[in-house]
Design a protein around this ligand. Structure first.
Ligand code: SF4
Ligand code: SF4
Length: 437
């Protein structure tokens, strides 16, 4: 990133390779797939409009702290639906993340939040564990019920009341149950895999991680659970905190290389898409670029991995109507959509019904449901209406953020639909299969 003075005296702000901006030919094919364009109907909140604003920034025609530029960039979900729709192969996610990296924090509070939450808490497994312990205590000791009944939460500053309302029931007890460092394959081992336990995933969905390890072991995998792994940096990349993302990526690479695993398995779509792009994140670091590419080549989403192996299909029957929500970073970030649906349909008794706009963001989008609460809730309303129209009893997704958001939507609207990660559904079917033996 550099600022150049052109011969005509104009400044050019090289925040990103200009060829990425120039790849957009303004055809508008992406507009109808953009959730914020559909919601707000404004060109400035469309992919094409945002890329145009980035070009203005690059050419020095707007300033990096221009409040309108920030507004429209902040409103973007980074869902990357525009990438899927774009016939010219525009790498919108890279553009957006580069733009976010150069926009300065709005004020001292945002600077402090970024420094403390993103760059301290999410960078430290010990601090995350302490925070997770506190949240589980709050939820399971009865404090949450008291706080909600008191009405005090609505008066909290910084949208904390909204944040609290989003809290799903955290899995497990007050003390999180950790997985052992190695879970051996049932029968002879055909693969050696290492499990990415995640940060949010590990705190909220530790039982889903345990189910993931069980399913892998049932399918002939020795599962290594590497100690010392931390946040993968997805939140940092998406928020433009690239330096910290690189620090976290180097740590993940070091920890996972030691496992000697053939594949690194991840069950959170947002993390998976970032892990698969470490090669891009560290491309300019001569000491790490090759290691990052090699790391990314081993990463597999759990659905992608299970659909590619000879799957143990000793499933019991689940009589249920199920619908599937595509997590944006699985569908648009990793181009994975058929595999989860194939796996769901392998379970006897399940009727899979497609949801209208299953490929549209639910409004979770990392921390979007905190930073852009109103827009996020409008997107969630659309999603809940479409979920209800399927008549499904279970909605399945492959990302913790989506599961938290969908569960919140169902609670808000009194919709009787259960939210489940794909691996929890498969694990349930396997348990029923074993009970039948
Ligand atoms: S990432 Fe999503 S919200 Fe942002 S411009 Fe693309 S489609 Fe629209
Ligand atoms: S991002 Fe792609 S689809 Fe959208 S206007 Fe540009 S070239 Fe067309």
């Amino acid at each position: 990133m550099a600022i150049e003075v052109q011969p005509d005296g104009r400044t050019r702000f090289n925040f990103v390779d200009r060829s990425l901006i120039r790849a957009c030919v303004h055809c508008g094919m992406c507009l109808s797939s953009c959730p914020t364009y559909k919601l707000l109907g404004s060109e400035l909140d469309s992919p094409r409009g945002r890329i145009y604003q980035m070009r203005l920034l690059h050419d020095g025609q707007i300033r990096v702290d221009d409040p309108n530029f920030r507004l429209h960039i902040d409103r973007c979900l980074n869902c990357r639906a525009c990438e899927t729709a774009c016939p010219s192969g525009v790498q919108y996610g890279r553009l957006l993340e580069a733009a976010r990296a150069v926009i300065p924090p709005r004020n001292a509070t945002e600077r402090l939040l970024r420094a403390v939450v993103l760059n301290r808490v999410f960078a430290s497994p010990a601090l995350l564990d302490a925070l997770g312990l506190g949240m589980r205590f709050y939820q399971k000791s009865g404090l949450q019920a008291l706080a909600r009944a008191s009405g005090l939460l609505e008066r909290l500053p910084l949208n904390l009341g909204h944040l609290e309302a989003l809290l799903p029931p955290m899995q497990g007890g007050i003390v999180k149950a950790a997985l052992p460092p190695l879970i051996s394959a049932r029968g002879s081992a055909r693969h050696r895999v290492a499990l990415v336990t995640g940060c949010v995933q590990e705190q909220f969905f530790s039982l889903t991680n345990a189910a993931t390890a069980r399913i892998l072991a049932l399918n002939g995998c020795d599962v290594v659970v590497p100690r010392g792994q931390a946040c993968c940096g997805a939140l940092h990349v998406h928020g433009g905190e690239h330096e910290m993302a690189r620090v976290l990526a180097r740590r993940m690479i070091t920890v996972f290389e030691r496992t000697g695993a053939d594949y690194y398995i991840v069950n959170a779509a947002g993390c998976g898409s970032t892990l698969k792009e470490y090669g891009i994140l560290l491309a300019d670091d001569p000491q790490w670029a090759e290691r990052a590419r090699a790391f990314s080549a081993r990463v597999r989403d759990i659905a992608e991995f299970l659909a590619a192996i000879e799957l143990n299909q000793d499933f019991g029957e689940i009589r249920a109507r199920v619908t599937y929500q595509d997590a944006c970073h699985l569908l648009h970030g990793q181009k994975i959509s058929a595999q989860p649906r194939e796996l769901i349909q392998m379970i006897p008794g399940i009727e899979l019904v497609e949801m209208d706009e299953a490929d549209t963001c639910c409004g979770s989008a990392g921390v979007y449901n905190i930073t852009q609460y109103s827009l996020s809730m409008q997107l969630l309303e659309r999603k809940v209406t479409r979920m209800a129209a399927t008549g499904a009893e279970i909605v399945v997704a492959g990302n913790p953020g989506c599961l938290i958001q969908l569960a919140h939507g169902a609670r808000r609207h009194g919709l009787r639909i259960k939210t489940m990660h794909l691996v929890d559904l498969l694990d349930w079917a396997y348990r029923l299969g074993r009970a039948r033996e």
